[in-house]
Design a protein around this ligand. Structure first.
Ligand SMILES: NC(=O)c1ccc[n+]([C@@H]2O[C@H](COP(=O)([O-])OP(=O)(O)OC[C@H]3O[C@@H](n4cnc5c(N)ncnc54)[C@H](O)[C@@H]3O)[C@@H](O)[C@H]2O)c1
Length: 327
């Protein structure tokens, strides 16, 4: 048979028909809006501890339905989240001025601890996608709290950061961003790693291509791009208080890959399951997304500097997780 069918680990026929978004704030509502305006789930549940807020978002979103596509949208608390195919968690405290990163970790870990076991029980076959920051630590915690298989719990990781990287390269080189393949791996945050050695433009390796077209990516340029990608969120938050549109669209892209069983390769955050010697640690590297969730990653052969930076990123995240004292 040509072409051969794409094989998945299971023969499940499921798609994402009932989707829940937990947290109806800036991020949750941006993803919900992507759902309403693009191909999305038949049934969308928006849940928040602030039920009035979720209701307001749902009222507003449902006014799009006659203009976009038939779907049901409901609001509520966690109790309405049952038998979902996929749950996206955006609920979480935002960092306050003067607060340390660890303070935020503890607060959001407490929020996840209060909801993940409840959600796992009421949605035993669901896929869990974590957005709440720090996403790498929260994803590992969600694996633990849910008891779900590792392929069914992952975080949006550096999908957004890879998109930011691709945009910068596209603008600099003057090439359609869809032809630019750039990957950011490791932490979704300050220690993330831009993988220069495996980025490409169409069929060309990135660095030789940039030389060839007279726009070399010198060490200084690479440092500048790295800084821009790493600080993008800070720059946006300084100006508008939150980042939401691009994470909303990133999550929509992830949703489509799973719902349509696309076998897309994306830098989501997942338990490394033996890759680079880590097991439960959750971090982003390119992974395949199918209707079964996120497949176990394949190790990527990094150049020595990138490998060192990835290992440092892993150590940072592992330390933050261990300080939570979860066994
Ligand atoms: N991973 C990423 O790429 C990425 C990008 C942007 C933001 N984020 C993170 O997403 C999270 C949400 O950001 P936001 O801007 O939407 O914040 P927000 O304050 O606008 O919304 C958070 C929502 O969570 C709700 N909430 C809090 N505790 C809850 C609970 N126990 N149960 C149910 N709902 C609860 C709040 O009522 C609020 O509506 C933050 O942790 C933020 O850092 C991650």
């Amino acid at each position: 048979v040509y072409p051969p069918p794409i094989e998945t680990s299971k023969t499940s026929k499921r798609g994402v028909h009932r989707l829940a978004i937990i947290g109806a704030g800036a991020v949750g509502s941006a993803f919900a809006f992507s759902q309403v305006t693009a191909a999305g789930a038949r049934e969308l549940i928006l849940a928040d501890i602030d039920v009035r807020r979720a209701e307001g978002q749902v009222m507003d979103l449902s006014h799009c339905v006659p203009l976009s596509r038939p779907m049901q949208i409901r609001a509520g608390g966690l109790d309405v989240v049952e038998n979902c195919d996929m749950i996206v968690i955006t609920a979480g405290a935002a960092q306050l001025p003067g607060e340390s990163r660890l303070d935020l970790v503890k607060r959001n870990a407490d929020i996840l601890a209060s909801m993940v076991p409840v959600l796992a029980k009421a949605n035993p076959t669901s896929i869990l996608c974590i957005i709440t920051n720090p996403v790498d630590v929260m994803t590992r915690l969600a694996v633990k709290l849910s008891g779900f298989p590792k392929e069914r719990v992952f975080g949006t990781g550096t999908v957004l950061d890879s998109s930011r990287f691709r945009l910068l390269l596209s603008l600099y080189l003057g090439v359609d961003a869809r032809n630019v393949h750039g990957y950011v791996i490791g932490e979704h945050g300050d220690s993330e790693v831009l993988v220069w050695s495996h980025s490409s433009v169409g069929p060309y390796r990135l660095l030789p291509y940039a030389e060839l077209v007279g726009k070399p990516l010198t060490a200084g340029m690479r440092e500048h791009f790295t800084r821009e990608v790493r600080t993008a969120a800070y720059q946006i938050i300084e100006r508008k208080g939150a980042t939401n549109f691009a994470i909303g669209v990133s999550t929509q892209r992830i949703y489509e890959a799973i719902h349509q069983n696309q076998s897309s390769m994306m830098t989501v955050c997942r338990a490394l399951d033996g890759v680079y010697g880590f097991d439960d640690l959750c971090l982003s590297i390119p992974c395949l997304l199918t209707r079964d969730g996120v497949a176990r990653p394949t190790p990527l052969e990094l150049d020595p500097d990138e490998h060192r930076a990835f290992m440092a990123s892993a150590e940072t995240i592992d330390n933050v997780y261990r300080q939570l004292g979860v066994v």
